[in-house]
Design a protein around this ligand. Sequence first.
Ligand code: SF4
Ligand code: SF4
Length: 344
Amino acid sequence: MISNANPDPFRKETFLYHRLDDKNVKCNTCSHHCTIHDGNWGYCKTKKNENGILYSFNYGLVSSYSINPIEKKPLFHYYPGSYALTIGGVSCNFKCPWCQNWSISKTNPQEFKANFTSPKEISHKIDGGKDITGISVSFNEPTLSLEYAVDIFNLLNPKTYKMFVTNGYMSKQALNILIKSGLSGTSVTLKGNEFTVAKYCKADVNKVWENISYAISQKVHVEVVCLIIPSVNDTLDFYMEVANRLVAISDNIPLHFTRFFPDYQFTHVSPTPITTLETAHSIAKESGLHYVYLGNIPGHPLENTYCHHCQSLLVKRSGYQITSSKNLELGKCPECGVEIPFVC
Ligand code: SF4
Ligand code: SF4
């Protein structure tokens, strides 16, 4: 489609949409597949239909930068010990009332003031940056910045890793575009079972599961993260469901149960008891998953990686730092020789 002259640097024609009748459009960036009437915004308020053309208004909008250990995403089996330039934008396609990044996820491009940052500026920071091995698009939902992420990925050195911290609700077309542009790792946050995700996030969790399976089938490294929130998803059934569904895809998918702390509209809810997380861990291990971790509990022994076969300690962590590790690049346990999957 042909767009008008573009005086707004943040405005870019959306990659994935199609025209309906009467200048209405359907956005195909995420699994909400919003129908957007002429002059209106989509659910996430980053996309607007102008005269039958769908524009993203968050291209080049960076709400924050930081250089973080990859363990903070959390990814424990993907370039361990490396650092990623992490960028975030604004808005989200989920409505989680516990969101810890609410100051950016609950705003939109009309409300948020930022200077335009070109993809080239980001690529220079990364490929010219000392000790930066990759990019992480994170904080709010990165799928909403699809056009910007793809343009950045395409400028980066092929050896620079490209990863998303995501709720996993991108459309299959969006996921394919990202993979084609070099996406090689994701941390997917799974908010709960079908009922919980529909109630709190207004979304269909089966779409997230489809994307987890599909990304793995396309050789994208995936780790799954469940923030366990008292009274929301702290049930034995949920732990079992997650573990069983992951084992059915691969018993090598790392699973992280992380501790909730009160935030946004959930300041009345107490932090997750550590015993609750330990129970979730036991259930997932008993279900057959090889690598199950606890998070947001610095110094807990279940932050470490142990060989699933001989139980040797392979990686010792404290918070986001690796304090010792054993030849991970060999891809096998130095004690018993069993295969240990690490992308290095
Ligand atoms: S990205 Fe998702 S929520 Fe936003 S307009 Fe498109 S389909 Fe709707
Ligand atoms: S998906 Fe993540 S960023 Fe979006 S509202 Fe939920 S917790 Fe916040």
